[in-house]
Design a protein around this ligand. Structure first.
Ligand SMILES: *Cc1c(COP(=O)(O)O)cnc(C)c1O
Length: 453
């Protein structure tokens, strides 16, 4: 392994997050209040989220938003993260492409999620909030928020998607070790959960259901706010530290990426790695390709419809203009739990409409094959989610070889897979399979959406 690393100094941790919206040629449509169907106001969101988070969510004018000292101070635990030229992987593929990855797996919880968890917990604390709630799929967001909540002295209740609660017991123990309370969702502790269990007693849960439960608890509890780990604009905003650092590090490497890739659940790590580079595409300076890699079993970007939809199963959240499979869609139980979400955030959905980015859907077995190649050539066992980005980078590197052109490829390694070894076990013993979603499945899941667009 002869891979080369590019390091920044601590003083080079960004001082501001980058807000893409002011630079977008076509702005996303506004989110809507679910009752009135009118554009969402700050007041609509204040009961659910911390006030500063709401101001960031609806900010369409400021390109740069200062990172508070308390947040930057915590980023110093593991940031800046390394940028790595994956020479081992290049050699294994015998490709003329140069492959770089930004290693977000070095955070204490093993994923990029901490970048936003710290910011959200900080804003809650600053406002005098005492309790927070959230949902988690594979447990990555829950783990990150558990650490952040403990640091800022907040009590945290996490609704964890039931299938992951059982598939990934160690993520639950990680959250509990940091001091959070973890509840398998759907649960009997909320109205939304009880309704689902009554109708489908064996329901294994989804991110959409867990969000409904967490929002309901936050709304019903004084001094309690809800936090979300992806999809929304402010979460994407916080993740831009990834791309801002990567931009400087690519400069150190003396290259500029032709292709930037992120795996895609709700869009936060994809936004994080791509948005800082995307502004140079808007300005016409570079014609970079941006590729979102989603699972074939949950293909909202490649097969979904562009429509207003809810962010959760019960319809408590604002209506978001999104590429969606429908808020009632329950994806297959793939191991990339963090990618099992029915919709994409409003910014990315608009960028897809306007052709500034593309998407690919990757079958589960291809992601584990790519993960194994990456582990053997670069030494890092990737998260099943991140393996979608790796598989896409490998596809592009092979294409570069076939075409005989040098391409510079950058992807985000959103997390490591050391707590996902049960999934690797199943892959090794041949027990994993692919899941296809047909156009009929999508039509059925989206037929009940109101046609507001
Ligand atoms: C949560 C998660 C994702 C997917 O979420 P996004 O918001 O789309 O980034 C991807 N990779 C890892 C490691 C995750 O934990």
């Amino acid at each position: 392994m002869e891979s080369k690393k590019f390091f920044l100094q601590e003083s080079e941790i960004p001082h501001a997050w980058y807000n893409l919206i002011p630079d977008m040629p076509v702005k996303p449509r506004p989110m809507l209040n679910p009752q009135t169907k009118q554009p969402l106001t700050h007041e609509d969101l204040y009961p659910i989220f911390a006030e500063e988070v709401v101001r960031q969510e609806l900010n369409v004018t400021d390109s740069w938003i200062e990172i508070p000292d308390e947040v930057r101070e915590m980023y110093r635990i593991w940031r800046p993260t390394p940028l790595v030229r994956a020479r081992g992987l290049e050699k294994m593929l015998d490709t003329p492409a140069h492959i770089y990855f930004k290693n977000e797996s070095v955070s204490p919880v093993g994923s990029h999620k901490l970048n936003s968890a710290i910011a959200q917990a900080y804003y809650c604390k600053k406002q005098g909030v005492t309790n927070i709630t959230t949902e988690t799929g594979a447990g990555q967001w829950g783990a990150a928020l558990s650490l952040a909540a403990k640091h800022f002295g907040l009590e945290l209740a996490v609704y964890m998607v039931k299938v992951s609660y059982h598939q990934k017991p160690y993520r639950r123990s990680i959250m509990q070790t940091y001091g959070a309370q973890v509840i398998a969702s759907p649960s009997m502790s909320t109205k939304a959960g009880r309704k689902i269990i009554t109708e489908q007693p064996n329901c294994q849960g989804s991110l959409g259901m867990a969000i409904s439960e967490a929002v309901e608890l936050a709304m019903a509890t004084p001094g309690c706010k809800y936090t979300l780990g992806s999809v929304l604009n402010h979460v994407s905003l916080h993740q831009t530290v990834i791309g801002l650092e990567a931009e400087k590090q690519m400069e150190m490497a003396g290259e500029y990426p032709d292709i930037v890739i992120g795996c895609f659940g709700g869009g936060s790590n994809f936004a994080g790695i791509t948005f800082p580079f995307m502004r140079h595409k808007f300005s016409g300076k570079y014609n970079t390709r941006f590729i979102a890699a989603e699972p074939a079993s949950c293909p909202k970007l490649t097969k979904g419809v562009f429509q207003y939809d809810y962010g959760d199963e019960a319809g408590y959240t604002p209506m978001i203009p999104m590429l969606t499979l429908g808020h009632g869609y329950t994806p297959a139980n793939i191991h990339a739990g963090g990618l099992r979400y029915h919709g994409a955030g409003s910014i990315v959905s608009q960028l897809m409409q306007d052709g500034f980015m593309e998407a690919v859907d990757i079958p589960q077995l291809e992601t584990f094959k790519a993960a194994t190649m990456f582990a053997q050539s670069e030494g890092i066992i990737p998260a099943p989610e991140s393996s979608h980005a790796i598989a896409t980078a490998i596809r592009e590197a092979i294409k570069a070889k076939e075409e005989g052109v040098k391409k510079t490829i950058l992807f985000n390694l959103s997390g490591h897979g050391l707590i996902d070894m049960a999934a690797y076990d199943q892959y090794i013993s041949g027990d994993l399979r692919n899941y296809e979603v047909t156009d009929e499945d999508v039509a059925a899941a989206t037929s009940s959406l109101e046609k507001l667009i």
